[in-house]
Design a protein around this ligand. Structure first.
Ligand code: ASP
Length: 293
């Protein structure tokens, strides 16, 4: 059993997974429950996640979220979803109950409503910090926010099943209807029970989606690379393609079927993530940051 989550703020989710797994929960249930707690907390919205996340240009919080199981590769996603504080749970319902795999905007909200969610007013989705940032954006007419956070969580359970989830309110002050990398299979997340799972869970989604980094990490793990080497190799590959001066923010986490954990990123500060095997959660960093040739 093992889990890994993006950034320091995922500690609560990783700890929750540990308790759920101790009680016998499977990987998908753990991902959903643990992520819902953080998504729904206005305080963690400043990490570009769920309720309290940054709004779009029109002042509306629209969330992207997706979930993927490694066996045999089931997937569900929502994008540009308004009015729901736990978008990952709606993504799971899309995976379990809809004939389609991804629903967006008003269509996603209509499906959520059918499933018993109330679609809340935007004012309930906004935090004070989000409102202040939006007012600043309106004054300057450009985003001063450098925030790229996003919650990604990968869980390997006692039966050897692996599930990955990703949730974000997306790029701050994005165009209404903009969809980032996070809910796209292969880009924001990918899982394959024969190798492991990855989340390309953080950074500039408009750039990230061009490189299918999560799929790439999983393919490299299938060829025998460790999660850390696979993440590092994908970052280097992207860097070689776009050139060092045009490199953008991206952070990857990965977990293989042996329970080994890895991460890499292009951020110029230590990229922190939380992981645990059988024992207590341990904070780790891709140290000091991924080496880029
Ligand atoms: N990668 C996400 C997106 O671009 C969110 C972020 O990290 O800013 O939608």
């Amino acid at each position: 059993m093992a889990a890994v989550g993006t950034w320091a703020f995922s500690l609560a989710a990783v700890e929750r997974v540990r308790r759920l797994m101790a009680a016998g929960s499977g990987a998908t249930h753990c991902v959903q429950e643990a992520m819902a707690e953080l998504e729904n907390d206005k305080e963690t919205g400043c990490f570009v996640v769920g309720r309290g996340g940054f709004p779009n240009k029109a002042g509306v919080v629209q969330c992207d979220a997706a979930i993927m199981e490694g066996l045999p590769g089931r997937f569900g996603a929502v994008a540009a979803l308004p009015g729901v504080g736990i978008p990952l749970t709606v993504a799971r319902m899309v995976m379990d109950k809809n004939t389609h795999n991804m629903l967006v905007g008003e269509g996603a909200a209509a499906f959520a409503k059918e499933q018993g969610f109330s679609i809340e007013d935007n004012s309930d989705m906004m935090s004070e910090a989000g409102l202040d940032a939006y007012e600043e954006f309106l004054e300057n007419r450009k985003s001063t926010s450098k925030n790229h956070d996003t919650l990604g969580l990968i869980v390997l359970d006692h039966l050897g099943n692996i599930t990955v989830g990703v949730s974000t309110s997306g790029a701050p002050f994005k165009d209404p209807g903009r969809v980032g990398d996070s809910p796209l299979p292969g880009c924001g997340l990918y899982a394959d029970n024969r190798a492991g799972a990855a989340a390309g869970a953080t950074g500039d989604g408009d750039k990230i989606m061009c490189f299918c980094p999560s799929f790439h990490v999983v393919q490299l793990m299938k060829q025998g690379l460790s999660p850390a080497d696979a993440c590092q190799s994908v970052i280097q590959d992207i860097c070689h393609r776009v050139g060092k001066k045009d490199i953008f923010e991206i952070g990857l986490i990965a977990l293989n079927m042996k329970g080994e954990i890895g991460a890499a990123s292009t951020v110029s500060f230590p990229y922190t993530f939380w992981g645990y095997g059988m024992e207590a959660a341990e904070q780790r960093q891709s140290n000091p940051h991924t080496h880029i040739d």
